[in-house]
Design a protein around this ligand. Structure first.
Ligand code: ADP
Ligand code: MG
Length: 544
């Protein structure tokens, strides 16, 4: 297995043009399994972290499957498909990214054994399809109800999805996530909807994770632009501007011929007059706060300060969008056309010092469903990982509310599903039965991996877990990684959304089936394709 310094997971052998039949399957399986084994050790609260160093020496330390895979440069198409499912899981649920990759890798590992026993790939695919559908049904049947008002359980879900990611402060962060999601959830006639655009995650290095806070509104990582401006505005009327409050320097080399000093003065006066007009229209519309996406000229700043208007410049576009949604403001491009109807409302806009830096808090917005989570931590790596943990938890908690169902972790649910799937296999019969049984075994790789991270013997653990689940001793018996014992995970309050499990089954089995169907890998000419994506795709480019 080629795994070299610059994180190539596998190379197609030099000069390979075409691989057919079993060789094609074998290579795809090999690659997919390699990707799965790369993230396997991170599973669960006792999972290890990975340090990824890129070409420029930038370091990412993470325990998050999607993040790790996103940072690795993987060339082989089968490997890319594995990265893709982690991304899908992240987009659809926001958690369970390691799980989905391990399931896909496990399904392929078990399929390889069946292939070696001369079982045709189409039989395996058929058996896997039956098993995936049945497994989802089993998960649904074992799941329990949850609602927006079950605050304690929702907090437990947040804790479960964060454990292993941020050692200290998980409890505090979980509380904040639970509060944020229950605040933005909208209940309408028995249905609950959550718009994740309503919760903004902002991070600031300094202090500790315990200093993280939930803000009833929006935080901008910006300062008030001029010292003469108010630091606090109550009952604010907010203008959002996406154009510069500056006189643009000419695009082409324009020469302005000035022959005497009076003309120069007139020219400067005219510039000033234009800036003054901008400020006047802000004033006329009745705005008391201006958030500008571009620059604000010194002269404009001066006049705004004189008018008692608070202003922030070079705000991110995403901030402007969030503010528009929260305060009800319309983003305008022509300041001179600003009207009172374009302004948004908030109870307080205030600049506060956080870890030595000024940040602007916009609180008590017109839309009470708008919240921000300000994540704090002692160093950049801590804050980054805490942010990822918070995002996982946000995904988990909202997935639980949307679907309204939970299961219990420590991989009790996978063990239970595997046991039930084995009963089902007997009813399938034929060679497909073997594939359904293989599917059950693949599911067991999850508790088995968890046992390994807890230093338990994986084989003994699986044997014990199997006997407990087949004797119906308790459907929630799973691996407690803290005590290294098999315990009832419902009693341990390790709560997880059903959606994490069903989505992982869907994506994991789909990619396994797709790879099993391939019997020919052909090197194409690449004609008609665009230029290659930069490593890691477009991710990490950040907000401009
Ligand atoms: P993923 O990226 O798949 O979410 P995680 O590293 O978050 O991977 O680990 C998730 C797994 O850890 C789940 O299978 C879950 O049941 C298990 N887990 C989480 N908390 C606990 C706990 N306190 N005890 C045992 N297992 C846990
Ligand atoms: Mg997780």
């Amino acid at each position: 297995m080629a795994q070299d310094m610059n994180q190539q997971v596998i190379f197609l052998p030099e000069g390979t043009k075409r691989t057919r039949g079993r060789d094609a399957q074998r290579i795809n399986i090999l690659v997919a399994r390699a990707v799965a084994s790369a993230v396997k050790s991170t599973l669960g609260p006792k999972g290890m972290d990975k340090m990824i160093v890129d070409d420029l020496g930038d370091v990412t330390i993470s325990n998050d499957g999607a993040t790790i895979l996103g940072e690795m440069s993987i060339d082989h198409p089968a490997g890319k498909m594995m990265v893709e499912i982690a991304k899908t899981q992240d987009d659809e649920v926001g958690d369970g990214t390691t799980t989905v990759v391990i399931i896909a890798g496990g399904l392929l590992e078990k399929a390889e054994k069946l292939l070696n026993d001369e079982i045709h790939p189409s039989i395996i695919v058929k058996g896997y399809k039956l098993a995936a559908a049945k497994a989802k049904e089993i998960f649904e049947n074992m799941s329990e109800d949850i609602s927006v008002s079950d605050k304690q359980s929702l907090k437990e879900i947040a804790i479960t999805s964060m454990t292993g990611k941020s050692a200290e402060g998980a409890d505090e962060l979980a509380e904040l996530v639970m509060k944020a999601i229950t605040q933005i959830a909208v209940q309408e006639g028995g249905k609950v909807t959550i718009d994740l655009d309503d919760v903004k995650v902002e991070k600031k290095v300094g202090g500790s994770i315990m200093d993280s806070q939930l803000i009833d509104g929006i935080v901008l990582d910006k300062e008030v632009v001029h010292s003469g401006m108010p630091k606090k505005v109550e009952n604010a009327k907010i203008a959002l501007v996406d154009a510069a409050m500056e006189i643009k320097s000419p695009e082409t080399d324009t020469k302005v011929q000035i022959s005497d000093p009076d003309q120069l003065q007139a020219f400067l006066d005219q510039e000033e007059a234009m800036l003054r007009r901008m400020v006047e229209s802000v004033k006329k519309a009745g705005a008391t706060v201006v958030v500008c996406q571009k620059g604000i000229d010194d002269i404009a700043q001066h006049y705004l300060a004189k008018e008692g208007v608070m202003a922030v410049r070079r705000a991110k576009k995403s901030d402007l969008d969030a503010l528009a949604k929260a305060t009800g403001a319309k983003v305008v491009s022509r300041i001179n056309e600003l009207t009172a109807a374009d302004l948004g409302k908030a109870k307080v806009v205030e600049e506060r010092k956080i870890a030595g830096d000024n940040m602007v808090f916009v609180e008590g917005c017109k839309n009470p469903k708008s919240v921000s989570l300000l994540v704090r931590g002692g160093s950049e790596h801590v804050v980054d990982e805490a942010e990822r943990a918070v995002k996982d938890a946000i995904g988990s908690v909202s997935a639980a509310i949307r679907v309204g169902k939970v299961v219990y972790g420590g991989d009790a649910s996978e063990a239970e599903a595997a046991a039930k799937l084995r009963d089902y296999a007997k009813t399938v019969g034929g060679r497909e039965q073997l594939a359904v049984e293989a599917f059950a075994e693949a599911l067991e790789i999850i508790p088995r991996t968890l046992a390994e991270t807890a230093g338990m013997d994986p084989i003994d653990t699986i044997v014990a877990l199997r006997s407990k689940h087949s004797s119906k001793e308790g459907k929630w018996i799973g691996v407690n990684v803290y005590t290294s014992k098999l315990e009832d995970m419902k009693k341990n309050k390790v709560t997880e959304p059903l959606k994490v499990k069903t989505q992982a089954i869907t994506s994991g089995s789909e990619v396994a089936e797709m790879l099993l169907r391939i019997d020919d890998i052909i090197a194409g000419s690449g004609k008609g394709k665009g230029p290659p994506m930069p490593p890691g795709g477009m991710g990490g480019m950040g907000d401009m």
